[in-house]
Design a protein around this ligand. Sequence first.
Ligand SMILES: [Zn+2]
Length: 364
Amino acid sequence: MGKCFICSKIDPYVSSELGLCSNCIRERPQEVLKISERVHQISRRKYGLPDAPPRTEGGVVCNGCPNRCKMGEGERGYCGLRKNSGGNILPDPRLGKLSFYHDPLPTNCVADWVCPGGTGRGYPVYAYKKGPETGYKNLAIFFHTCSFNCLFCQNWSFKEDMRYGKPFSPEELLYLVDESTSCVCFFGGDPGSQMPFAIEFSKLAIKHRRGRLLRICFETNGFMEEELLDSAFELSIESGGCVKFDLKAWNEDLHRALTGQSNRVTLRNFARLTKKIELRPEPPPLVASTLLVAGYVDEREVEGIARFIADLNPDIPYALLAFYPHFYMADLPLTKRDTALRCQEVALKAGLKNVRIGNVHLLR
Ligand SMILES: [Zn+2]
């Protein structure tokens, strides 16, 4: 239960940490964004992260992600990983700060209802089995950095993990791609700020598997450098994997209030990839999802996103995900079943052909 600083509404669907209702965010962005920026600062300082991408005069520019941090000597980038050390950006971008684990297939993946590992789509070229790929496993690579600062982050523990342990080289982790690993998924945090590692690891892993199946997938906020995104998508297309874009909100002010960043780069990147779907339309190489953050991401957001996707390509699968209250939005309720169903209806009406509700067990 929170209170909106602008309209004084007290409601279970207002996050107490954010202190802003979704109506005020949409209608009074100038007042609202000053407040939300402060909340983002507080949530970042707690983990030693800079308030905003640094723009230090005479600093070294990191080209790792579209934040393009310009860091003075000793200063850290927005991701919290890269640092200017004597004029060099360290750690080396080809190293990955991450954790990893294997998950037996079929696993709880955003694309599991359309991907080869979950359904057998693409068999026999891209899948070992005609149905769910039981007996095989996914290698999950969880990056400890993110280029956004979502107050509802569902995986926020990476902010703790990033303080401990050393980065890995791609070669060091190749042993993880064993006989029964049939897909790799890069997520986090977000892969967007550690793409050189992800791309190099993928290339080496495909070589290492010597012609056996190994699908390469990315789950991302889509905030990436174009060239790196293109390389990632090519790897997914060639290997039978997919790139999963999490489109967090349609209204740019709402997106800023919730994630600390604009959605423009993400939307532009998503549109960019749709042009390459025809290179391998089946199984679907590009999948979209939206987390239904209770009280904030509702039918209005889903309608805008669904229209945008449908105009580009109505065959793109779209998953609406039930939200679990976490991080700075831990006091919000779960997503209502009714809301999820209305969002699905709106997305279908907007012209999309394949819309599913994910994490159904979290609906109330
Ligand atoms: Zn309000």
